[in-house]
Design a protein around this ligand. Structure first.
Ligand code: UGA
Length: 425
């Protein structure tokens, strides 16, 4: 059992901390937010993540997990310290490392000799070297161990990863981090820190590119009378392409893809490479939000001014409570700026009050009450089982934009709806 500290108890930090604890280590998770720490100390997760509540209770009862706001105390006996801090998008598009800098400077002089500091946060290539400078210690090593966790299934992904990537120049430190994952069955990839940091950006940017590509093909399908489901079905059977991450939708969002793609463009630019392909992906994704908003406008007869739009879903994808960079918010905000009133239903979304122009409703049907059109913007499973007949009775005009292709078009058309999906008629 190795003594570990995890600094930052957000989606990545909590899943990492609880995951490491379930792998048999003694973990102290620290966070600057006292409210979050008190919820955690009461045995609950402050965020919606599958299995996290159970994991926290299990580890707290085994006495192998602790939560604190005292960062110095958390690291005082730790052999390995994981930095799981936010790296938001800075004003110029590059990653803002101020949280990592502040914590590194704060803990530097308090670390035990020989401690390994692990960068889990997504950080620009070269950050391991910079973090080492901020720590100001020659007897402490910095290792990059990027995460590939999907929100919603982060704990499962931590315990069952597709690969474990550990990058660093000090072999002993790399071995130490690798040894923490001894109980996990996954390929271990050792490399230098720059490669591990680049790999993380490459993975997210590739996935974003794949989605933008399929969204573009979906748009073309609409224009030429093709059906994206048939196209994707045939594409996915080619193992070089693969059948995952090919669901067309309202554009990608979330806490990672938007900032990571922009940061990679900046990293490339800073090194003299114009990543025109990725710039195009980002722009096309922004246009996709616009395209979905315009479908709603079209179904409302060319203007949404004074109209009421019902939205099913607010989170950036299903199975999360997270609104960060949600396509739904971008689309609804466009419609709102055109004069629409917005009524929305999402059973999980947290922090909706920061958008006072969204009227939050109690149910999917309630959101439709008197609305001029319905937009489905998050793929929550419950939406596909709502009866179109019931929705028909609620709306003042039977129009639906299925931005996630979760409804059965013929069922809705049979009831009398004007239906617009993504990539299909
Ligand atoms: C993403 C990556 O999938 C993780 O591997 C990575 O570790 C994580 O970012 C991170 O950097 O921390 P996440 O942001 O949780 O994970 O979300 P995804 O499930 O990848 O979805 C991203 C966006 O793409 C969402 O808006 C989602 O709705 C959209 N999407 C995804 C589609 O529109 N279609 C799909 O087929 C899949």
């Amino acid at each position: 059992m190795t003594k570990l500290a995890v600094i930052g108890s957000g989606y990545v930090g909590l899943s990492t901390g609880v995951g490491l604890c379930l792998l048999g280590h003694a973990v102290t998770c620290a966070d600057i937010d006292p409210q979050k720490i008190s919820i955690l100390n009461s045995g609950e997760s402050p965020i919606a993540e599958d299995g996290l509540n159970e994991g926290i209770s299990q580890c707290l009862s085994a006495n192998t997990l602790a939560f604190t706001t005292d960062v110095i105390n958390a690291i005082s006996e730790a052999e390995v310290v994981f930095l799981c801090l936010p790296t938001p998008q800075g004003d110029d598009g590059s990653a803002d490392l101020s949280h990592i800098e502040a914590v590194s400077r704060q803990i530097g002089s308090h670390l035990q000799a020989g401690t390994v500091v692990v960068n889990k946060s997504t950080v620009p290539v070269g950050s391991s070297v910079v973090v080492a400078e901020w720590l100001g210690r020659t007897d402490v090593s910095v290792v990059s161990n990027p995460e590939f966790l999907r929100q919603g299934t982060a704990l499962h992904d931590f315990l069952h990863p597709t690969r474990i990537v550990v990058g660093g120049d000090n072999e002993e430190a790399v071995d130490k981090v690798v040894s923490l994952y001894a109980a996990v069955d996954a390929p271990i990839l050792r490399m230098n820190a720059a490669s591990a940091e680049a790999l993380k950006y490459a993975a997210n940017s590739f996935l974003a590119t794949k989605l933008t590509f399929i969204n573009a093909i979906a748009d073309i399908c609409e224009l030429v009378g093709a059906d994206i489901f048939d196209v994707v079905g045939g594409l996915g059977l080619d193992p070089r392409i693969g059948d995952q991450f090919l669901n067309p939708g309202p554009g990608w969002g979330g806490s990672c893809f938007p900032k990571d793609t922009r940061a990679l463009v900046k990293i490339a630019e800073g090194n003299g490479y114009d990543f025109a392909l990725l710039r195009g992906v980002i722009q096309t994704n922004d246009e996709q939000y616009e395209r979905i908003a315009l479908k709603v406008v079209e179904l409302c007869g060319g203007s949404v001014n004074g109209k009421t739009i019902a939205s099913w879903g607010l989170t950036f994808k299903a199975n999360t409570d997270d609104l960060r960079d949600s396509p739904a918010i971008a689309i609804l905000s466009t419609l709102h700026s055109m004069g629409a009133r917005i009524r929305a239903y999402d059973s999980a979304a947290r922090g909706v009050e920061q958008y006072p122009w969204i009227e939050r409703c109690e149910s999917a049907l309630d959101a439709c009450d008197g609305a001029d059109a319905l937009a489905v913007l998050t793929e929550w499973p419950e939406f596909s089982s709502v009866s179109p007949q019931e929705v028909f009775k609620k709306l003042s005009h039977p129009a639906v934009v299925d931005g996630r292709n979760v409804l059965n078009p013929s069922n809705w058309k049979d009831v009398g709806f004007e239906y617009r999906g993504v990539g299909r008629a």
